[in-house]
Ligand binder design. Structure first.
Ligand code: C2E
Ligand code: CA
Ligand code: CA
Length: 382
């Protein structure tokens, strides 16, 4: 019966590990798993949890059912150790620590990896608080019409003022907000803030002033449909044309029916659609035909090393030509130098944004910037 149980347990472990690693039984009731390329450590945790779950289900031994539990110790090569024997010893120690903590759990050998896991948990707790305690601020970066030098667009970018750690980059917390689906209430907050600014700036600067909102793929999932954006929009004194939604190529490539449906609802309201980080990651362009796209945003990586005659110049030019043929406007991101601006103007790029003009700033600074900009351009015209 014992041998049978070991075999069944081994099968469940192998199933949980899938093709990601190598499973061995090193003796008694102990198994060792080697997972290569664990990346950020997420896979280690997912697989560990899966194994613990799978092994906690009952085993059918003849007429009887048997129940077992698993404790997992984790060690990381080469951070914790480089010798096989040391790694095994580490994992063993971590496993005992997991057992001590009450079985049915996993434990990291190093304090450092455990520290990262703890930090992430803290980040999740803090993110919950951040929304409640209004620690988020929406910043805006002007988008310049490269032909007329007028500004009638701005991209909204979220900022988090953490009470202890100061400013935390969205690159750091948006992924965690996505994993925990906190991006949905945060995204709804962003939308409301964007509407408030759009209605103010529409009156202050231009009836056609547009604010673009970055939307995460998670916000397009069916289950997050509950929040009534359209109703909110109807209640505000702006129209759809005052908003742009920025999404990434990946969402259209997966060709998900619910994304298409959502986009159509926006489009029917006059909200425009921009493809963010264009040119990175995907080579399929057929989606440009299948969806109504208004703008592509050339990714910063192409603009960064934009010099006359460079390969990036050829790529930018090709993107602009292609977009214009398809009746799509082009926004270049990350313009930092006058040379980059000039090259893009010469190639017929429609819009640009970047530190050359202004970094993303608070609403107060944005308004100051706008007045200075308008004053400067009217002086230049005279
Ligand atoms: P993104 O949408 O591609 O935003 C452009 C990023 O480039 C912003 O970083 C902006 O501050 C930065 N940037 C602008 N001009 C320049 C420049 O001239 N040079 C350089 N080096 N960088 C420039 P940020 O604000 O840190 O945002 C990073 C990313 O986080 C965004 O990339 C976006 O993917 C995400 N994100 C930011 N705000 C939001 C939001 O409200 N919602 C969602 N879902 N994602 C957001
Ligand atoms: Ca963006
Ligand atoms: Ca971008």
């Amino acid at each position: 019966m014992g041998d049978q149980l070991l075999k069944m347990a081994a099968q469940r472990i192998r199933h949980a590990v899938n093709n990601y690693g190598f499973v061995a039984r090193i003796g008694g009731d102990e198994f060792t798993i080697i997972l290569p390329e664990t990346g950020d450590g997420n896979r280690v945790e997912t697989i560990s949890q899966q194994i613990i779950r799978d092994l906690s289900r009952s085993f059918k031994l003849g007429e009887n059912k048997a129940y077992i539990s698993a404790s997992i110790g984790i060690t990381v090569f080469p951070k914790d150790a480089t010798k096989a024997a040391t790694l095994l010893k580490n994992a063993d120690q971590a496993m005992y620590s997991a057992k001590r903590q009450g079985r049915g759990r996993f434990c990291y050998f190093t304090s450092s990896m455990q520290e990262t896991a703890k930090m992430r948990q803290r980040l999740v707790v803090d993110l919950h608080l951040a929304l409640k305690e209004s620690q988020f601020v929406l910043y805006f970066q002007p988008v310049i019409d490269l032909r007329t030098n007028r500004i009638s667009k701005a991209e909204s970018l979220i900022r988090w003022h953490h009470p202890e750690h100061g400013m935390i980059s969205p690159l750091h917390f948006i992924p965690v907000a996505e994993e925990t689906r906190l991006i949905i209430p945060i995204g709804n907050w962003i939308f409301r803030q964007a509407i408030i600014q759009a209605s103010r700036w529409k009156q202050l600067f231009d009836p056609d002033f547009q604010i673009s909102i970055n939307k995460s793929p998670i916000q397009f999932m069916q289950s997050s449909e509950s929040y009534d954006w359209i109703g909110e929009l109807d209640a505000a004194d702006i129209s759809g044309k005052n908003l742009v939604v920025e999404i990434t190529e990946g969402m259209l490539i997966e060709n998900n029916a619910s994304v298409a449906k959502r986009l159509q609802v926006y489009r029917n309201k006059g909200i425009e659609v921009a493809i963010d980080d264009f040119g990175t990651g995907y080579s399929s362009l057929s989606y440009l035909n299948n969806f109504d796209i208004d703008y592509i945003k050339i990714d910063q990586s192409f603009v960064r090393n934009l010099t006359p005659g460079s390969q990036n110049q050829a790529l930018c030019e090709a993107m602009i030509l292609m977009a214009h043929k398809l009746d799509i406007k082009v926004i270049a991101e990350g313009i930092e130098t006058e040379e980059q601006r000039q090259i893009l103007v010469d190639m017929g790029c429609d819009y640009g944004q970047g530190y050359l003009f202004s970094p993303p700033v608070s609403t107060e600074l944005f308004e100051k910037f706008m007045y200075q900009w308008m004053l400067y351009s009217s002086n230049k015209d005279n």
